[in-house]
Design a protein around this ligand. Structure first.
Ligand code: NAD
Length: 335
């Protein structure tokens, strides 16, 4: 069996470009498919393929993993940090190793969260359209200062920490909730409090925790009852952290003043695709996009040259080592 085959799913032109460039030092045999991995396509995996390389919206259910195992696949390489789309237990059962890219330019995601936040609070998305129509009126573009505002950060890992640093630079007061508080974050001047206090006291909330079965829909009709009136919520983490229907209600009754999302629970049917000629059937995303105070980006927070280079380098290094029977750095392994 060839031990150097790496089959990509959901591969876009930029994936090919960065992986081919970085593969020069590894010499793995790369093959790219643009379809999502799921039960419908798993049969396309050739017998004896060593590794599959997947992204956030590929579905690695127990059923898919069982079929990958039957094909002889030994490694699932996630070219992302989050792994909520993989049944890790099923992979363990079938002795398929899983590697991911736990940290790649966390600043890329943190800076995008700030970009969304600044756009919303200074309404630059509206200003951009206005001036293109030679409308230089500023009526309706009134924003607010970030300086002096209380920013609540939920999850202070790599990305949350980078986000805290930036927001401290704006002169914000930083509150955070994380079940595993980080001493470095504390020394930056961030105050850890309970989740409830973060929700109650923050003018701006930014989500930077992984999606787990425990925190699914952490922003829901109950938690939205205790947030400040006129809160701004930014989610660059995972769509499932937010109950979309409840958020829409809170936008309608002005409880939420601004919402910025780079992720969406049903994004697998929408994001990373050009649907400009299609009739979108998802009424929730259409409703969200109809609000003037909602900004949606299509899971692009990670999308910088620096991040794509690191993703390619770390993924190829992990697969290469596993193909030689070596152990990659433990931080990249999920099992
Ligand atoms: P990380 O593992 O470094 O940090 C995650 C932190 O969240 C940890 O400190 C952990 O203790 C904390 N946490 C776990 N459960 C929590 C909970 N219920 N409440 C609060 N905190 C909790 O991960 P990271 O690199 O900072 O990435 C964070 C998330 O960002 C990823 O899980 C992924 O979902 C998302 N992400 C999005 C993009 C994008 O392009 N939009 C790119 C990369 C990562």
């Amino acid at each position: 069996m060839a031990t150097n085959q790496l089959l990509f799913f959901s591969a876009k032109p930029y994936d090919k470009a960065f992986f081919i460039k970085h593969n020069k030092g590894y010499g793995l045999q790369l093959e790219f498919l643009d379809t999502h991995l799921g039960p419908h396509i798993v049969n396309a995996v050739a017998q004896g393929t060593f590794a599959v390389c997947v992204f956030v919206n590929d579905k690695l259910t127990a059923e898919v993993i069982e079929q990958l195992a039957a094909k002889g696949v030994k490694v699932i390489a996630l070219r992302c940090a989050g792994f909520n789309n993989v049944d890790v237990e099923a992979a363990r059962k079938h002795q398929i190793r899983i590697c991911r890219v736990p940290a790649y330019s966390p600043e890329a995601v943190a800076e995008h969260a700030v970009a969304i936040l600044l756009t919303l609070v200074r309404k630059t998305h509206k200003a951009y359209n206005r001036v293109r129509e030679q409308n230089f009126s500023i009526t309706g573009l009134l924003g607010f200062n970030l300086y002096g505002k209380t920013v609540g950060v939920i999850g202070t890992g790599q990305i949350g920490k980078a986000f805290c640093r930036i927001m401290l630079g704006f002169g914000c007061k930083l509150l955070a909730y994380d079940p595993l508080p980080d001493n470095e974050v504390k020394t930056l001047g961030v105050h850890y409090v309970s989740l409830e206090e973060v929700l109650k006291q923050s003018d701006i909330l930014s989500l930077h925790c992984p999606l787990t079965s425990e925190n699914k829909y952490m922003i829901n009709q109950d938690t939205l009852k205790i947030v400040k009136d006129g809160v701004t919520i930014i989610n660059t983490s995972r769509g499932g952290l937010v109950q979309t229907h409840d958020v829409i209600n809170s936008l309608k009754n002005h409880k939420i003043a601004n919402l910025g999302i780079d992720v969406y629970e049903q994004e697998d049917k929408l994001f990373f695709k050009d649907l400009s000629e299609m009739i979108i059937q998802d009424d929730n995303i259409q409703r969200l996009m109809s609000f003037p105070n909602v900004l949606v980006t299509g899971h692009q927070a990670f999308f910088t040259e620096e991040a794509l280079s690191q993703i390619a380098e770390i993924t190829l290094d992990s697969v290469y080592r596993l193909s030689l029977g070596q152990e990659p750095d433990p931080s990249v392994l999920l099992n």
